[in-house]
Design a protein around this ligand. Sequence first.
Ligand code: ADP
Length: 488
Amino acid sequence: MQLDKKLKILFVSAEVSPFAKTGGLADVAGSLPKALAQMGNDVRVVMPRYRDIVSSMKYVVDFPVHMDNFTKTCIIRETEMTANVMEKRVNVPVYFIDSYDYYDREGIYCHPDDGERFAFFCNSVIEMLPKINFQPDIIHCNDWHTGPICMLLKEKYIKHSFYNNISTLFTIHILEYQGNVSKEILKLFNIGYEVFVPDKVEFYGMFNFMKSGLVYADIINTVSGTYSKEIQTSQYGEGLDGLLRKRDKDLFGIVNGISYEEFNPALDKRIYFNYDSETIENKKENKYALQKETGLPVGDMPLIGLISRLSGQKGLELIIEKIDEIMKHDLQFILLGTGDPYYESSFLKIRNKYTNKMAVYIEFNAALAQRIYAGSDMFLMPSRFEPCGLGQIISLRYGTIPIVRATGGLSETIIDYYKDNDRGNGFSFTEFTADELLKTIEGALNLYNLNPEEWQRLVKKAANEDFSWRKSAEEYVKLYNLAIEREK
Ligand code: ADP
């Protein structure tokens, strides 16, 4: 395998930070391509142009996209992401797929025609390539919105010489959301119903976007080794575990990194006081300022932060079940999240009971998130499942100690302090029960309250850990090369 050959990579994602973000996928799409570009690869990113994207962009080209018996216009616009790492500046072109009908709307997802919106996206991404004169070695698809690209290349575009050397990597960031729609969608891809069989894209009578990626991609990966094994079991497989077991030899796990440029407490303009592991005492000033901002009493009691999509995945019911026992302790709790209305209203109700100890923000607010990462002592993430998880990694970088359930990427990135004092960088529990969660929080509080020196050592150690993209980006290059070999 020729690892030093520079590759042409098209990175396809429904969300890319800083343009549009609902979760970790956007963080990855906004940072991994830069790391790959720093290694000398020609990387370009493509995403839909949603209404709320404000950055300046230039018109590139427009063309008709034929879908079944109608045609829609696709307009390609372009901007770039820049990164400075180790004195080296790189530019990554970002293409926006624009449409009069599909993306000029409020929000990113949850429109009744999401299937059609992302079918148009997949068709347009492929059709765009000759028009922008970019023939990638590899198309890196991410999550269900992009799955059909793998299918289209193998079932439809294989006949065209421009496309028949393009390999695909499909990354599962979360298996839960799969994009199940009526089989009629195949007409929009101009692909016949012969692929609508259980061995290909049929899933309980529906067309499954995710499955069209998993079946047709040359190589598949997910965002931690642990999750890549977990999803081959019926407990975590979301109905696709059989297929994933079948593709076991093509299925890999690479833990996510984070952008050390964006998430850098020494330079982060969104926090009150900058610091690094050498000036970690300044972290405390961030805590006091956060307490003031959120209307909580200013003091040295432990402050627990939680920043999350409020979904069933995140283990929030464990917190709700034990909230009275948790709040009996001398501590403060700040939560930032949006999502399931049940969790939103539950936490607002709890806040009303503990107004002097708890602040709750039901919104998506990237700047407030950074102030919470910087100002909290501990970060709570008791997920039921977690493909990789970025909250705990960002927390470590800001010297905030994660309390997590050991599942998926959380079990790969967080080592429980009580199991291994030297290597420990957080607190974790295995059984998904409220009792275990409470015990683990109490263990963390004990160390914080009874052994401040040891706590400080832990904080400094956390802030010094390396979760930059350096290593993981190299792993991705290996997978790209493997996909290219398999495709041959
Ligand atoms: P997931 O991708 O499942 O949502 P991750 O932990 O991988 O979870 O990534 C979540 C990302 O989204 C982190 O960068 C986190 O800080 C951010 N985030 C989640 N909810 C909010 C919110 N309400 N406001 C700001 N940032 C948020």
